[in-house]
Design a protein around this ligand. Structure first.
Ligand code: PMT
Length: 223
């Protein structure tokens, strides 16, 4: 018999990078492959949740059992997430660009001999913070990720408080790690009652264990 402790629950997962346009042909992006977010979406669906996966551009197939919404920019990701509400569970694993180019050009920027253009940046909306502070539409369980370089648990603990999410999954993205793009991940899961270090495992296994922790939370809510 299928193990479906999350049947009847709705989940929203964000995954992948965002692409922030400079002009019609160029964009700013990051090294996120979507592997971690997609694995979480698939694992939640396997446990019976109705999953909407909002994803930036990746090379991955759509995970089985999920409704996938493809977006490019942070602002599109926010709109797609808001359209997916209400949900019981939100997991924000996407590497959302903190900034976008202000005043993007409708025409391709030309090399006109006048030197390189200077780009000015403006702040993107914060999807995790918006979901965490969504008042009556707030998902019952909001989980963020924290990509840190050094002092991972301390920075992620502060990020959890600042953004207002319930749990935060911290991973080290320092130079030399393959957290962005690789097959494995080493995470600390931080809840109100402290941090739990998980051993290094495949991103699929991280997704499966996180989905089980979420299911256990709805069985017996933990802080
Ligand atoms: O995609 P992979 O190659 O598998 O790599 C996985 C990963 C490293 C991208 C993933 O495990 C991860 O850490 N995702 C979060 C990356 C990130 O942007 O971290 P952050 O510390 O900058 O952001 C903190 C949280 O706020 C994240 O939940 C992020 O989704 C969210 N955020 C950030 C900025 C923003 N404008 N909106 C957001 O929602």
């Amino acid at each position: 018999q299928a193990h479906t402790p999350l049947s009847g629950k709705r989940a929203l997962v964000t995954s992948g990078p965002t692409h922030e346009p400079i002009d019609p042909v160029r964009y700013i992006a990051n090294r996120s492959s979507g592997k971690q977010g997609h694995a979480i979406a698939e694992a939640l669906a396997r446990l019976g949740a109705a999953v909407t996966l909002v994803s930036g551009p990746t090379r991955l197939p759509d995970p089985p059992g999920c409704a996938v919404v493809a977006i490019e920019t942070a602002r599109e990701m926010l709109a797609a997430c808001e359209a997916a509400l209400p949900v019981d569970i939100a997991v924000c694993a996407a590497a959302v660009a903190d900034w976008r180019v202000a005043g993007t050009s409708d025409r391709k920027l030309k090399k006109d001999g006048g030197g390189p253009p200077s780009l000015s940046l403006t702040e993107n909306p914060d999807i995790l913070a918006t979901l965490s502070q969504a008042g009556p539409r707030r998902p019952a369980l909001v989980i963020g990720f924290a990509a840190e370089t050094g002092d991972v648990v301390a920075y992620a603990t502060a990020k959890r408080a600042r953004k207002g999410c319930d749990w935060i999954v911290a991973n080290d993205v320092s130079l030399g790690t393959t957290t962005f793009g690789g097959a494995d991940n080493t995470v600390h899961v931080i809840r109100a009652d402290g941090a739990e270090a998980w051993p290094t495992m495949g991103k699929d296994a991280v997704g499966a264990r996180l989905a089980e922790a979420i299911a256990a939370h709805f069985q017996t809510p933990t802080p």
